[in-house]
Design a protein around this ligand. Structure first.
Ligand code: R5P
Length: 318
């Protein structure tokens, strides 16, 4: 089976980087809108029997990018492709993973069904909102995490008195893993509402006094959670605070909130493109293109991906 890389329109820069690492060019597509707004995609190169990797994060504009992903899978399936591997470094809708009140959808499950029903054979994602969303799919899921990239970044800076902060209880597990890689302690933010209609009280649980605090989250959407956490950490006595989050959704005025926050640096991965007008001085994007290319190569060769999870050894050795 020949390997081919196809880019959706969500993140062509990442697709180009990945293709470059693999030493191949992107397979061309025609991508347009009908007058009524419907999405049209045509694959312009033969794909019969080939091993196709379709790179399309489901990021804003989420609905457009999701539909484009689905119609591209359909186009591939109808062209007798060998295998369709979806590479969705960010998968939108996964925060809706359960019913909180009655008569709500579980959109994460619906999206998983849509992707496999459309014809995908396998999906690659990074930092799904909850790890167990892997089980919403009946096709193989390769799930990568962002914290080892951030851990590497901070390791190279040889920072003293580091503490890794989980901005809420749900984020503690990943913060602990990142802290283990850096031999640092952890702390977390305990969010409480003192009374109905009263604003949240953020309490830092753990020792942050005089330390360099690094807050780790999966997503920055409106920026509310993380900037409040940064403020609480500084008020708790940290000497400096940095932020890292895998997915830069950056809705509304999130970019300005981050720039004006207590944090001195904000790191993201390139799972989602950051528009020029949303880029701010404090922000930096670390690229995962090389790892993605290595993963694609190994999947294509039928090799295990375990070799790429080098950080797992460090976590299990302890
Ligand atoms: C929450 O469970 C997530 O991990 C993020 O903290 C949250 O989605 C971020 O949203 P926002 O930036 O809008 O506060």
């Amino acid at each position: 089976m020949t390997i081919q890389i196809i880019s959706g329109s969500a993140h062509p820069a990442l697709s180009k980087k990945v293709a470059k690492y693999l030493g191949i060019t992107l397979s061309p597509t025609e991508n347009k809108r009908f007058a009524d707004g419907e999405t049209y995609v045509r694959i312009k190169r033969k794909v019969r029997g080939d091993d196709v990797f379709l790179i399309q994060p489901v990021c804003p504009p989420v609905n457009d990018n999701l539909i484009e992903l689905l119609v591209t899978i359909d186009a591939l399936k109808r062209a007798n492709v060998g295998k369709i591997n979806v590479v969705a470094p960010y998968l939108g809708y996964t925060r809706q993973d359960r019913k909180v009140v009655s008569r709500e959808p579980i959109s994460a499950k619906l999206v998983a069904n849509l992707i496999s029903t459309a014809g995908a054979d396998r999906i690659f994602c990074v930092d799904l909102h909850k790890d167990q969303i892997q089980g919403f799919f009946d096709i193989p899921v390769d799930h990568f995490v962002g914290y080892p990239f951030f851990a590497d970044y901070f390791k190279r800076q040889k920072i003293k008195d580091l503490v890794i902060i989980a901005p809420d209880v749900g984020a503690v597990d990943k913060a602990r893993k990142m802290a283990t890689l850096l031999s640092a302690p952890i702390a977390f933010i305990d969010k409480r509402r003192s009374a109905h209609n009263k604003s949240e009280v953020l309490k830092v649980v753990g020792e942050v006094k005089g330390k360099m605090a690094v807050i780790l989250d999966d997503i920055i959407d409106t920026g509310g959670t993380i900037t409040a956490a940064a403020k609480a950490v500084i008020e708790g006595g940290a000497r400096e605070v940095k932020i890292c989050a895998t997915h830069a959704i950056l809705s509304g005025d999130a970019a300005d909130k981050l720039q004006n926050s207590a944090a001195t640096e904000v790191l993201f991965l390139d799972t989602i493109p950051i528009a020029k007008d949303k880029m701010r001085k404090k922000m930096k994007q670390l690229s995962m293109a090389k790892l993605l290319a290595k993963a694609i190569k190994r999947i294509h060769q039928g090799k295990s991906l375990g070799k790429l999870f080098t950080w797992e050894d460090k976590l299990t050795q302890l």
